[in-house]
Design a protein around this ligand. Structure first.
Ligand SMILES: [Zn+2]
Length: 123
């Protein structure tokens, strides 16, 4: 397999260092609800509109790397916690899915521990 070292593709362990567990789960739920729209990748980073599932508002979410190579999120939700907000997480999941990445395996793994059991089936 060729590894293109895409800066916006992460495995589960990496994701867990980027966002806390609560945001990961919430972001996964948002990803599955297809809250992420108009995703774009350019040299500035990864951008999308992400619908906030509580307010219904579409937030502008951007993922960038800073000069030290750390991923950070700029998001309309003004998330105050450490790491990525749920919208940034949802964006990463959507991006990975778009790439057909094996992160989908991670999605399946995380989703098993979710309690609202209406997981969409892939086939
Ligand atoms: Zn956000």
């Amino acid at each position: 397999m060729t590894n293109t070292t895409d800066p916006f593709l992460f495995d589960t362990e990496q994701l867990q260092t980027l966002a806390d567990d609560r945001e990961l789960r919430a972001g996964l739920a948002d990803y599955r609800s297809q809250c992420v729209t108009e995703m774009q990748l350019d040299e500035q980073g990864l951008f999308a509109g992400v619908e906030d599932s509580s307010s219904g508002e579409v937030l502008s979410t951007q993922l960038h790397y800073d000069v030290d190579g750390n991923l950070f999120v700029t998001c309309g939700c003004e998330y105050a916690g450490e790491g990525l907000c749920r919208h940034g997480v949802a964006l990463l999941y959507t991006y990975a899915a778009d790439q057909g990445d094996e992160l989908l395996g991670a999605v399946m793994m995380l989703s098993k521990s979710e309690c609202n059991g209406d997981a969409p089936r892939l086939r």
